[in-house]
Design a protein. Structure first.
Length: 282
């Protein structure tokens, strides 16, 4: 089946998906009750989850701003991009580089449907349905070949999806696939849920995996090791709230009313946070 043959019948509504659940935390409306039930359960155990999801989305703006305005990147591959929301990669990039080209990649067919609607008539941006764990399929996709020139620097983004790459999937190989092919000056942007407590980290991994979503919470040291072949851009790998914070940046959509009681929980539950940064190819 190719992208054009995906229909509503292919969209799972009996198990949660990370794209729809993540979208709800960002104020999106394209989700099912099964996704909302999953988020409610997770926030009961890990109330910081709302804050860190939204902190990651704010980091996207700062990272893409750096990549375009300072690193000179003009082409992006956004792996596990999720549902369109505010300040998508192509929208941020074109504030600073109107000629930026973007390929969005996600396994969830509902992302394709909404992405195509958003990008209709935009020849420099596309969304493809592919599994980011199968980097060969991504790199051989006709739209990637059309929009991405590997003789020029490329930025590949793995934003809040590192936890969906358990060790059994060879995450190092996945993270290297684009940059090993890309020109000097290319960058990797990476973030994932981190936990300082290995026991609590394992509990979260078991809970999310048990809901049917591939997951591996990691400690900061484990993430550092995963990214050890790349050179972090200042200020290095850190809690994303500390990565080049800005006094002013575009706001996100409002938090869903049902979830507002969890706002600010990350200030109390400091042991779980979103960790990552921007890294250069060596």
């Amino acid at each position: 089946m190719n992208d054009d043959q995906i229909s509503i019948a292919d969209i799972p509504n009996d198990v949660p998906t990370s794209a729809r659940a993540y979208g709800w935390l960002l104020g999106g409306k394209d989700n099912y009750e099964v996704d909302r039930q999953f988020i409610r359960g997770q926030l009961e155990h890990h109330p910081a989850g709302l804050d860190i999801t939204r902190q990651n989305r704010l980091f996207l703006y700062r990272a893409v701003r750096y990549l375009t305005a300072e690193a000179g990147i003009r082409q992006f591959i956004d792996m596990g991009c999720g549902l369109p929301t505010d300040a998508n990669v192509h929208q941020v990039a074109r504030q600073f580089a109107p000629d930026a080209r973007v390929v969005y990649v996600d396994i969830d067919p509902i992302v394709l449907a909404h992405g195509r609607a958003l990008l209709a008539g935009d020849a420099s941006t596309t969304v493809i349905t592919a599994d980011m764990r199968d980097q060969n399929a991504v790199l051989e996709h006709e739209d990637v070949k059309r929009l991405i020139d590997f003789s020029e620097p490329v930025a590949t983004l793995f934003l809040s999806v590192g936890h969906h790459l358990p060790d059994a999937d060879d995450p190092k190989g996945i993270l290297h696939a684009v940059l090993d092919r890309a020109a000097p000056g290319s960058h990797l942007t990476f973030s994932q849920v981190a936990c300082d407590d290995p026991v609590r980290s394992a509990e979260m991994t078991a809970q999310v995996t048990g809901a049917g979503i591939p997951w591996q919470t990691r400690t900061p040291a484990e993430i550092d090791a995963l990214l050890s072949d790349f050179d972090p851009v200042e200020p290095g790998l850190c809690n994303l709230v500390d990565w080049r914070p800005m006094d002013l940046q575009p706001p996100l959509a409002p938090v869903p009313e049902e979830l507002r009681r969890y706002e600010g929980a990350s200030k109390l539950d400091t042991g779980i946070y979103e960790y990552g940064g921007v890294l250069r190819k060596r």
